[in-house]
Write a protein that binds this ligand. Structure first.
Ligand code: SAM
Length: 287
């Protein structure tokens, strides 16, 4: 069989040695728990090249020295923004939103129904949750917290402003109720209604050590982020999150992820949907 010849990719502007790459692997692991395989060398050079250009460095070694200096926290945040993968979309893995609707419709007034979109990326997950809760519970008595380690995606999430080509997954009735179509200079975009935007609190938080004061949750969405972690880091992240789950709360993970061999503290109620195996201590029960 004849093989079609692929054109060779253009040579990278800056070369990175194995030893330099290992330094970046260690740095992003220490900062975010993300394990970058050796196969991600091109990704790292591709995404960081513009930072070398920006500072006028002529090598990754020089950039590494700069970004790892204690006082250069701002550059470290930019590097984290560039090295995290933020792919997401509205109503991703729709069965989870059917489950949310089911649970929320049984919720009794009293305490607010609280959901945490942990690793919320640009906000589509948190707003999908908001649409379901507003539609099921009504205007009051629910809260959503969205957290991420990337400040760039958090800014985008807070804006609630998306391109119209992102709306495919949104069920039509919810689209009509909770999204505004842009006109004029905003043609081709949608804005999540102010009513929903005001109900979602987006905050910076690292899953390796979640921020204090988040309260406790009826449901935690921890989806499509553990794929970047090694087993030990997954264990650490799950142990960090579980104290935030109410005794009868649910933890949802991505469809390609598993908690097998990671924790015995949850039991599966459906594929990728878990509840706590044991009762939580009284102080972690309610906000
Ligand atoms: C692929 S997105 C998943 C978004 C959404 N949960 C979904 O399923 O569509 C992964 C997100 O995890 C975030 N992330 C990676 N490591 C993190 C950490 N240590 N703490 C908090 N967020 C993290 C990334 O910034 C990125 O936005």
């Amino acid at each position: 069989m004849k093989r079609r010849l692929q054109p060779a990719p253009p040579p990278a502007k800056y070369q990175i040695s194995d030893a330099e790459f290992a330094q970046f692997q260690k740095l992003i692991f220490n900062l975010a728990g993300i394990s970058l395989s050796n196969g991600k060398k091109d990704l790292v050079t591709g995404r960081l090249t513009r930072r070398l250009d920006h500072h006028g460095f002529d090598s990754f070694a020089a950039y590494y020295r700069y970004v790892s200096k204690e006082e250069n926290a701002h550059e470290r945040q930019i590097m984290v923004d560039l090295l995290t993968t933020n792919e997401t979309y509205f109503f991703r893995e729709p069965k989870h939103f059917d489950f949310l609707r089911e649970v929320a419709s049984r919720h009794r007034p009293g305490f607010p129904f609280r959901v945490w979109s942990a690793a919320s990326s640009t906000g589509e997950e948190a707003y999908s949750i908001a649409m379901v809760l507003a539609d099921t519970i009504g205007a009051a008595n629910w809260e959503i917290v969205g957290t991420d380690i990337s400040s760039r995606v958090l800014d985008k999430a807070r804006s609630g402003h998306y391109s119209l080509d992102r709306i495919d997954g949104i069920p039509r009735p919810l689209l009509q109720k909770y999204c505004l179509k842009g006109n004029g200079q905003y043609e081709g975009t949608l804005l999540v209604t102010r009513e929903l935007r005001q109900r979602v609190d987006f905050r910076y938080s690292n899953l390796m050590a979640p921020a204090k004061g988040l309260g406790s949750f009826d449901m935690i969405f921890l989806r499509n982020v553990m794929i970047y972690f090694d087993p030990e880091t997954k264990r650490k992240v799950i142990n960090n999150l579980l104290p935030y789950l109410k005794a009868d709360g649910h933890l949802l993970i991505g469809h390609s992820e598993t908690l097998n061999g990671i924790t015995n503290d949850v039991v599966a109620v459906r594929p990728t949907i878990y509840r706590r195996a044991t009762q939580s201590p009284p102080q972690a029960q309610q906000k």
